[in-house]
Design a protein around this ligand. Sequence first.
Ligand code: GRF
Length: 182
Amino acid sequence: MLSGRGSNFAAIHEAISKGELDAVIVAVISNRGDAGGVARAQEWGLPAHVIDNRNYPNRAAHEAEVLRVLEDARPDYVVLAGYMRLLSPSFIARYSGRILNIHPSLLPAFPGVDAQAQALAHGVKITGCTVHFVDEGLDSGPILLQRAVAVQDDDTEETLSARILEHEHVAYVEALSKLAAR
Ligand code: GRF
């Protein structure tokens, strides 16, 4: 599930295509029709579903449609890759222990938005990315895997984000490989 450019989704798809990850993407769900990830999914012939939250009266109605698509697709795991909507407790309960997210910091440091800017503002020398299971809190579920990234003196939010993103792509594939091997 994604909302934007979909580079993590692309990394996962690439790993599957190369035979490095034993998985199948059964559905790509976006809450935005103009997300780059949707265009990529269509280009690669993957089942892409745009479920725009703005077309639904409330969160429950939007999630009901997302759940309907998921029930059809029957995924083992729901992989959030830049999905910018909070999931309700009932949604999380339905896929309990099977929803993953990636976050651009070493959680529990810097949850929420602008994690890379928060890291710079605090002056940390090491940050990174975290793949974790999703629970009802904000970026708070059990951690599956982390990769550390050194902060350089001349880093800006852009340069640091770009460097962390490269590690995110490796981390997500590694985390999913672990789950696939279970
Ligand atoms: C990543 O930085 C991820 O950690 C965060 O949202 C961003 C998504 O990037 N949750 P992309 O759409 O996968 O390129």
